[in-house]
Design a protein around this ligand. Structure first.
Ligand code: PMP
Length: 306
């Protein structure tokens, strides 16, 4: 079944999903020359609110800068487009995907001479990314045979379409191994990230965040660190190995799509007791309260749509 995204903001105009089409000669379709974001809007007591909108829009423009892609819209125009898409589709909560790509012009690998950038913002209703069971019982992870690319191979701090071939290969492999998600290691063998999530673990009551390294600097990771410190947890940013995760009390993944998802197994080894961890679930609850507007302390992270 095809996903339903309703009205899509397409190069400045609201159009029906069926009308938002591109040429097969689009540069990005051939070479992955696109940049994008993944954002969520949540139902709050004051209507739908987009979570950390300015940070996501800033990262989109930083990704474009890395690609030397000139976007034909300002950050304010893109922010307005995101709010408009949530509002005009009447969503209470949704996942929002802004995408900018090198369009159709010439198909040499160099995108710069005459492939104009195009932009769209689509949104759809999307529940738990890794499934209800993963959230309740914890997700099962396997370490990928595909390494996360080093910083001089792909710019992993930019959300560039082509980067996600690495994530897709890891995710396909995980699915074939019967797991919910892949854990990618960097080229030295240290824990990097999931195919679309940053990694945390608890050991002896301390919360350890995997340091940025080659990873995407996740906005959820930043939010969770702030919330955890406010709850009184000591948080340290570390480089860690996969066996450190095997020996951890709890492991969890965070991302806009995955939110806070406990990990119960890694490479068929139970993490702790092999269930969703107690501290993890406390953080998950606190995170969901923040994004759903139930914690006034973090109201500045919400952009209300109404
Ligand atoms: N790492 C990768 C590779 C991702 O694709 C994502 C999802 N954007 C994340 C981490 C988490 O980032 P965020 O919390 O900003 O969604």
């Amino acid at each position: 079944t095809r996903m339903k995204a309703g009205l899509i903001w397409f190069n400045g105009h609201m159009v029906a999903q069926e009308e938002a089409k591109v040429s097969v000669l689009t540069h990005a379709l051939h070479y992955g020359t696109s940049v994008f974001e993944g954002i969520r809007a949540y139902e709050t007591p004051k209507g739908p609110a987009v979570f950390r909108l300015p940070e996501h829009v800033e990262r989109l423009f930083h990704s474009a800068r890395v690609m030397m892609m000139e976007l034909p819209f300002t950050p304010q125009q893109i922010s307005d487009a995101i709010v408009q898409v949530v509002r005009e589709n009447g969503y209470k909560s949704c996942y929002i995907r802004p995408l900018a790509w090198m369009g159709a012009g010439s198909l040499g690998v160099n995108p710069l001479p005459n492939n104009p950038a195009e932009v769209m913002v689509a949104a759809w209703e999307w529940g738990t990314y890794l499934g209800e069971e993963a959230v309740r019982k914890g997700a099962r992870l396997v370490t990928s045979s595909w390494a996360r690319f080093p910083a001089n191979v792909f710019p992993g701090k930019a959300k560039i379409g082509g980067n996600y071939v690495n994530s897709a290969l890891a995710r396909i492999e995980a699915q074939h191994a019967g797991a919910d998600e892949a854990l990618l290691l960097d080229k030295e063998g240290y824990v990097a990230e999931g195919s679309g999530e940053n990694i945390f673990f608890f050991k002896g009551g301390t919360l350890y965040a995997i340091e940025h390294g080659v990873n995407l600097m996740g906005i959820t990771r930043d939010s969770v660190i702030t919330i955890a410190r406010d709850l009184g947890y000591e948080v340290r940013e570390v480089r860690a190995t996969r066996d450190q995760l095997y020996m951890a009390d709890e492991v969890f993944m965070v991302g806009t799509a995955a939110e806070v998802t406990p990990v119960s197994y890694l490479d068929r080894r139970p993490i702790g007791s092999g269930t969703a961890g107690e501290h993890t679930m406390r953080l998950r609850k606190a995170y969901l309260e923040v994004v759903q507007g139930h914690n006034p302390k973090y109201d500045e992270w919400l952009t209300y749509v109404a």
